[in-house]
Design a protein. Structure first.
Ligand code: MG
Length: 401
C-alpha cells in the first residue's frame, strides 16, 4: 500500500492562543512539549509506519521558515513538503491533496495537534483498509450525551450504543477523496475526511481503539500531554534528554625543580614547577576533565595522550580550548564552575583573582560564575610536603538552545 501522509496544521490555533497577545505568525504546533515542538512529536509518531511514501504539511501563512528551522531540521530522515493551508481545515487538506503523488492510491490525513496517535493502531488502519473507501481511527463514546434545546432544556439522552468519536489519522482512497471535493458543494466546511467520503456514498469504516490520542486544543491539553510524554507512557516514546549536566575533574602533578609553574593558565613565580608531558597545569586539566565528564566525552588522556609527541610541552589552554569546542559541538556550554587548588607553597592569594579572570574569559563566563579556591594540606601528604599540586573542578553545563 502506498500512502501520502497529509498533516493538517493550517489552523490559527485561536482557542489555544486565546488570552495571549495575538502573535500573528505563530501556531500552537510550535509550542514546546518537553522541549520539542508539538509538530515534531506528531511527525515522529509516523516515522515507523510502513507504507508512507511522502509527507505533506499544510501550514498557516508566514511560518514556513520557523517550521523549517525548528521542526524539519530535527527530523532530517523525513522527506516533507510544506503546503499553504486554507481558511478551513478541509481547504488545507484539499490544497495538500492536490500536491500528492498520484502514484499513491491512499491518503492518510492527520491532525498536527495530535502528537501521540497509537502507532500499532495506525498500522492496523493500513491492514484493514481493503474493501472500503476509507477507514478512520475512532473511540467508542464514553460520556453520557444529552440533546439540548436552545433555551438549555434537555430534550433527550442520546443512546451511546454504536456512537464513536472520530479521530485521526483517517485513511481514504485518493481518488474517492478527490471526487468528494469535486462533487460536494460544501466540501470546504467538512470537519473530517470520512464525512466527505460519506457525502458521496463512499464506504468508510472505523477502527475502534481504546488508547489515548489526545488533540491539543487548549494550554491545559498541552500540560496533560507533556505529563504523559514525560512519564514515557506509550510504546516507542524516547526519554527526554536533560537540559543541564554536571562534570567533575581532578588532577595531580609532581612539583620539581627547573620547571615553570602554571596554574589556570597563569605563570606562578616559584622555585619549582609541575612535571608533565604538557605544561603541567593541573587546574586547567581538572577543568578540562570536568567539561569532558559533563558532556560524556571521555577523559583528557583519550583526547591528549601523553605518549603523543605532538603534545609535548603543549600549553594547557590549547587543551582547554579544544575540549570546549568539542563540548560545544555536542550542544553544551558551561554555566558555572567551582574549583579547588590544593598546594602548600607558594601562597596563591594574589594569583587567585588573576586565575579566576583568565578562566572566566576562556570559558566565556561572568566572573561571578567562576570560583577558584585554594587550600593547603596542613603539611600532610604529597601536597602538604610540597611535592605535588592537586586540583579539583566541578562544572555545570546547559544545553545550547
Ligand atoms: Mg595533568
Amino acid at each position: 500500500m502506498n500512502v501520502s501522509l497529509i498533516i493538517a496544521a493550517g489552523g490559527r490555533s485561536q482557542r489555544f492562543l486565546k488570552g495571549q497577545k495575538l502573535k500573528r505568525k505563530t501556531t500552537k504546533l510550535l509550542h514546546l512539549l518537553a522541549g520539542k515542538p508539538l509538530l515534531s512529536l506528531t511527525l515522529e509518531s509516523f516515522q515507523k509506519i510502513r507504507g508512507i511514501r511522502e509527507v505533506l504539511i499544510a501550514l498557516p501563512p508566514g511560518i514556513k521558515k520557523q517550521v523549517q528551522s525548528q521542526v524539519l531540521s530535527q527530523c532530517p530522515d523525513l522527506k516533507v513538503r510544506l503546503v499553504r493551508g486554507g481558511a478551513t481545515r478541509s481547504e488545507s487538506v484539499r490544497n495538500a491533496l492536490q500536491k500528492t503523488n498520484p502514484k499513491n492510491d491512499w491518503v492518510m490525513v492527520h491532525d498536527g495537534a495530535r502528537p501521540f496517535p497509537p502507532a500499532g493502531e495506525v498500522q492496523k488502519l493500513l491492514l484493514k483498509a481493503n474493501g472500503a473507501d476509507g477507514i478512520i481511527l475512532a473511540r467508542p463514546v464514553v460520556p453520557t450525551l444529552k440533546k439540548v434545546s436552545g433555551n438549555g432544556r434537555i430534550m433527550g439522552t442520546i443512546d451511546r450504543n454504536g456512537v464513536f468519536e472520530a479521530e485521526t489519522p483517517q485513511l481514504v482512497r485518493r481518488k474517492v477523496l478527490r471526487e468528494a471535493y469535486r462533487k460536494n458543494p460544501r466540501a470546504l466546511f467538512a470537519t473530517d475526511e470520512a464525512s466527505l467520503v460519506e457525502s458521496i456514498g463512499g464506504r468508510v469504516k472505523v477502527h475502534a481503539h481504546s488508547g489515548w490520542n489526545v488533540k491539543v486544543t487548549t494550554p491545559e491539553d498541552l500540560l496533560v500531554a507533556e505529563a504523559y510524554y514525560l512519564k514515557n507512557a506509550g510504546a516507542g516514546l524516547k526519554p527526554v534528554s536533560p537540559s543541564v549536566t554536571v562534570g567533575f575533574g581532578r588532577d595531580t602533578h609532581r612539583l620539581v625543580e627547573a620547571r615553570k609553574f602554571y596554574l589556570g593558565g597563569i605563570r606562578i613565580p616559584f622555585e619549582k614547577g609541575a612535571l608533565g608531558h604538557s605544561d603541567g597545569d593541573a587546574l586547567l586539566h581538572a577543568v578540562s576533565d570536568a567539561l569532558l565528564g559533563a558532556a560524556g566525552l571521555g577523559d583528557i588522556g583519550e583526547w591528549f595522550s601523553d605518549r603523543n609527541p605532538r603534545y609535548k610541552n603543549i600549553r594547557s589552554e590549547k587543551i582547554l580550548k579544544k575540549i570546549l569546542e568539542e563540548t560545544r559541538r555536542k550542544g553544551w556550554r558551561p554555566t558555572h564552575i567551582d574549583s579547588l587548588i590544593i598546594l602548600e607553597r607558594p601562597k596563591l592569594g594574589i594569583y587567585k583573582k588573576r586565575i579566576r579572570k583568565q578562566l572566566a574569559r576562556w570559558l566565556d563566563l561572568d566572573e561571578t560564575s567562576v570560583s577558584v579556591k585554594a587550600k593547603t594540606q596542613e603539611g600532610l601528604g604529597p601536597e602538604g610536603e610540597g611535592r605535588a599540586v592537586t586540583c579539583e573542578a566541578l562544572v555545570m553545563m546547559e544545553k545550547i538552545q
